[in-house]
Each structure stands twice: as C-alpha cells, then as structure tokens.
Design a protein around this ligand. Structure first.
Ligand SMILES: [Ca+2]
Ligand SMILES: [Ca+2]
Length: 275
C-alpha cells in the first residue's frame, strides 16, 4: 500500500501474506486483532511499515478495548504510530496495552521478531495529568499508562501560573529562538513574572534540550514558520476543541509540514502544556 488511507475492521482483512504500509493504515477492529497471515499457513507473513507510513490505532470505550495488529512472523517498524484514546475510556490505573505482536504463527517458520521502532508516537485524547508511553519487547509493542504530567515544555520562561502558557511571552520567546535570536534580543520585553523565572541563558538551554519535542508536525525539523507559528496560534486559542475541524485547520493553515492531521498536531502541542 503506497498512497491514501485504508480503514480496516475485519480481522483477516489484509489477506494471508505479508503487508507493507507506506501510506496510512487505520485499524477499526477493537474486538479482534488484525492478523497478518493466517495461523494455519506455514509460509512467513510479515508486517512492515516504512518511514513514511502511518499506523492509526484506538483505545476506546468504557472498557478501554484497543486495536491490535498481530503478524504471524515479523514486525518491521518505522514511521508514525497514532493512538487515539476515545469513547469514554478513562485511563487512570496503570494499564498497559499490547498493540502489536510478532511470532503469532503456529506453523513453520515459528520464530518471528519485532524489529525497528516508530520514529514518532502521537497519543491523542489523554488526560493532561496522565502519560501513555511506548515500549518494545523482542516480539511486541506495548503502551503503558502512568501518572505524571508531561513536562511543562511550553512554559518557556518558567513563569508563575498567570502567564504559564502565554503567547506574548512564551510564544514570542519560541519564535525568536527558532529565528536565531540569543541573549538580550531573545528575551527583551518577552519574559513573564515568576519566582523561578528563567534568564536568557536558561531559556536557551531549555529550548535546546526540548527542541525535538517542539517538532509538533513531526517532519523531523523544528522550524519557526511551521512548528513555531502553529504553537503560537494554539497559545492564542487554547480553548478550541480538538473535535472542531475548522478551529484545528485555522491553527495549522499554511504552516504544517509532514503527514500529521490538524488534530494530531494540536494534540502534540497540548501534550507540551499540561495543566
Ligand atoms: Ca510562561
Ligand atoms: Ca516540524
């Protein structure tokens, strides 16, 4: 598969052989795992995702059921995994979810492994005070939910709550930094008020260490006129709902690069500004 989006809800909907995803594959089968290769077959059946592939899975409903993708032989992973938590699922008890498994075949060859990892994992719909992180075993991909907010990356000046995520300070600091300003020109008239406020050197260090997280459209670069502009727009419209496509598209208009959807980009921004 090389283009477009394929939504799939039948457990054997991809047939009996190997499958390579170079586009967008969206699972809709929380009741049954999507199986790559029937277990009774004896030839290898692998699932491969290339660097430009996007795999979308859900954790959904009041019981937090989740999509699964099982390969009879190998999983070879790259590209992007998008996990959407929705449908009344409340994650607050340290649950873990095995989203993908290799080596699920009973036939020969019976040894399959998981190889590679996703370059980007985007989680949409988590409460601000919880995190969902990905880990890998020799044969599987696991998401584990835990307490603890992600870091307040977008409180760039480390100001007090009144200006915690403020377009006129944090937003301006980010844009100036990405445009190359350092020292006094970086911080001039753009720092808020707080007991542990950062100076220019500390702001530069904070942004240098979090730069990859600020690549909110996931194209591999953190740029002023794409990531910086979209983050600034989100700081200006913090209450626009992820479910409002018009508002989401206003945030990303003429700025986004890469393959993420508008809501995925804004979700990636929101992760950086927990309450
Ligand atoms: Ca701030
Ligand atoms: Ca980017």
């Amino acid at each position: 598969m090389t283009d477009g989006t394929l939504r799939i809800s039948h457990p054997t909907g991809l047939g009996l052989g190997s499958w390579t995803n170079r586009a967008t594959l969206e699972l809709r089968s929380a009741s049954f795992p999507l199986v790559i290769g029937a277990t009774a077959e004896r030839s290898p059946a692998n699932f491969t995702q290339s660097a430009n592939g996007v795999l979308k899975m859900r954790i959904t409903g009041s019981n937090c059921e989740h999509d699964r993708l099982n390969a009879r032989t190998n999983l070879a992973l790259a590209g992007t995994l998008v996990v959407n938590v929705s449908g009344g699922c409340r994650l607050n008890s340290g649950k873990s979810f095995t989203l993908m498994s290799a080596n699920m075949g009973a036939g020969v060859p019976s040894v399959g492994t998981r190889n590679g990892t996703f370059a980007n994992v985007v989680v949409i719909g988590m409460p601000a005070a919880r995190t969902l992180s990905v880990s890998y075993t020799a044969t599987s991909v696991v998401l584990t939910e835990a307490a603890g907010a992600s870091a307040r990356v977008l409180n760039i000046d480390n100001s007090d709550p009144a200006t915690i995520y403020d377009p006129a300070t944090d937003g301006v600091l980010l844009l100036r930094y990405l445009l190359g300003y350092r020292g006094l020109p970086l911080v001039n008239s753009a720092v808020g008020i707080g007991t542990d406020i950062r100076n220019a050197t500390q702001i530069e260090a904070h942004l240098a260490t979090t730069l990859s997280l600020l690549d909110v459209d996931g194209d591999g670069q953190t740029l002023a006129m794409s990531d910086g502009v979209m983050i600034l727009r989100r700081l200006l419209t913090p209450n626009a709902a992820l479910s409002d496509p018009v508002a989401m598209s206003a945030i990303t208009a003429n700025a986004k690069r890469g393959v993420r959807t508008d809501a995925e980009i804004v979700s990636a921004i929101d992760v950086l500004k927990p309450n």
